[in-house]
Design a protein around this ligand. Sequence first.
Ligand code: KIV
Ligand code: ZN
Length: 403
Amino acid sequence: MAAASASPDKLIIFDTTLRDGEQSPGVTLNTDEKVEIAKQLSRLGVDIIEAGFPVASPGDFNAVQRIAREVGPLTESREHLGPMVICGLARCVEKDIQTAFDAIKDAPRHRIHIFLATSDIHLEHKLKISRSECKQRISAMVAFAKALCHDIEFSPEDAGRSDRAFLCEALECAIEAGATTLNIPDTVGYNNPEEYGSLIKHLCANTRGADKVVFSTHCHNDLGLATANTLAGITNGARQIEVTINGIGERAGNTSLEEVVMNVHTHPQTYPVYHTVNTRLFYSTSRMVEDLSGMFVQANKAIVGRNAFLHESGIHQDGVLKNKLTYEIIRPEDVGVTTGNLAMGKHSGRHAFKTKLADLGYSLSDAQMQAAFEKFKQLADMKKSGVTDGDLHALVADVRSTA
Ligand code: KIV
Ligand code: ZN
């Protein structure tokens, strides 16, 4: 474990559920749904939301504008934080930048996020421009945006596969033209934690003007490493993270907000940063995004999956009933989980079974308890999906009528 720094830095939470998250295949949120999610993200305490890609469609423009107007102003729940920054995405062209600005400008705090690819694969095959044209476009378009708005973020798309020396030159163009945040996307989820961490470290150390800007992570989960890569980015100097609720996003998704925040929370000695998110709203926020996006959260997903705090095996159940610390590293209530932590199935033991029945309000004689436990084991062997509270009510009624 690294030593804790005397005064940890603030970790800026940039949520892109409504932009990169909405780019998940099959997800389309209507404007009312986007406003509802934006309000919840504001209550959650995130610092910045990327509300959309305003040039993409009139619907996207309207949603970003409504969020800027309705969610951007300071609310009571954020008095200790100040207004949330509302951000709009733009390609590195005037029309996109102007449209993004028009959509966000009514928010008291707003940001334009401009991106242009820097990897040779993208320059040659997608954009068909040279490295020097790429740098010229960054300089010209960041300067154009800076004349509209003081808070400018620049992203070299596919940074994870870009030549490092060229990446530094491209980022220097962005800084000289007025960018205040430099976001480093591993667009295709290609990096591993060692590579991504060393990339952030290299850019912080070798980009002229790096001390004037905030470096940000933006990781995709194609190899299942988005959370690990983001944490490696923090360790190596990034102070903003781009994340989504439930990790939704293109292909295998983006880094999950709740996973990174709970890592930072659980290991304050390892990560020298603090955050201002209300983790107790994670579970409800996750359910809201799941319902509105239609993207189901896998049961065993860390932090917000339905099984994340459930124990089924008899040994584990007995342990947590004696002391939760035996098998729980996070208190469920810290992420807003308030339901019981015992899953009743074929691995459950007598201790958990008795506790569960007591929780349901039953007090049985020893003989009834013995009969009920035997029936429960038979039922659990037959049922694939576990024994529900309803099953237990029926089982107790059956035992009481016969024993
Ligand atoms: O993954 C990516 O490169 C992006 C950029 C637009 C930041 O989402
Ligand atoms: Zn992305």
